[in-house]
Design a protein around this ligand. Sequence first.
Ligand code: KG4
Ligand code: ZN
Length: 391
Amino acid sequence: MRMIILGIETSCDETSLSVVEVTHTENPTFNVKSHHTNSQIKLHEEYGGVFPNLAKREHAKNILPILEITLTESHLLKKENTKLNEKDISLSKGYLDRYSQLFDDLLSFVSSHQIPDIDYIAVTTGPGLAPALWVGVSFAKALSQLWNKPLVPVNHMEGHIFSVFAEKEKFTITKSPFPALALLVSGGHTELVIIKNWQEYHKIGQTIDDAAGEAFDKTARLLNLGYPGGPKISQRAELARKTNQINKDFKLPRPMLHHNSYNFSFSGLKTATRRLVESNQPLDEDKINKIALEFENAVIEVLVTKTMKAIEEYDIKTLILAGGVAANKYLRDTLKKTLQTYHPHIIFKLPDTSFAGDNSLMISTAAYFNIINQNYPSDISTIEANSNWSL
Ligand code: KG4
Ligand code: ZN
């Protein structure tokens, strides 16, 4: 059995759409027909972070052109007039009532093309930034109404979990030994999740304040390195690490390292970094690199230590690392090395760095599991964005 899924992701600063054809077997195979992501990083750079209303405006501007490109590349778009019924038009107008220009453009697009041969529309409904999420959700509802296709809501963090399988053209999900443990680290989340089976999740710990990615971003701002901070800090840390610049004058705490829980806290680390920056004025390149190194070491020591503890307590068979921070080379290498040393039998799954950040391929992949488990509502009017949706 085959199904074609159109995936839509707008939870933060990437507008991403993709079309995959899934062959539904015990080991489902995903054929990527097209995948397009528009990043707003350049625009948000001057705010030093993602500015929600700007993100909303950009998503609303880009989502339809990206849909058109994605469908064209998938050979699913044919010019032909389609007669729409008044009821569908009026309902979809209601779904897009806050984006009247987008509705007008969508209506003219849909009426001038054949209804494409897709089976499902999948959309991220949370967690994420509410104004950004709502663009994707409203657009997907309107499209679902006009095309008469089922709409499947997807949890963004579940999407990140499936990003470890994503490949550019084609990928297969083979049975992983369970229980698995996911370390999910992104700009908005830091959590440890036990996976008993796909779609059976149990969160055992999370950050009580800032997320790991957020800590990278804020620290980069303190060091004047720009946004997003993760890659910038990581480059600086790598420079210092190469020349072995560990220095006891640049010491930062390891928050909650020995705390008897799987929770994390990174806001104290940010404050300590600020103090370090203030007491080392004027900063020079060398000091910046050393602070970046100590900061990265501190974050990753905490992440790795807690992950290893959970692996032992829950008799974990597969470790999954995902989320934007999973692109961090030192985190990837340290987890791999630590596993090889202490738990060489554990399977380690992590995303290709090009799929660590937000993308819609991971959303379509997670949607497939919602579809086969019939885990989506039949009445699309009940679908809403939920910025705090927890796994
Ligand atoms: O998953 P993601 O793309 O968006 C959210 O859902 O939040 O994650 C973005 C986060 C940002 O905070 C960014 O600084 C961080 O991932 N990040 C990194 C690296 N690349 C991206 N953090 C550490 N090291 C990196 N190489
Ligand atoms: Zn994300």
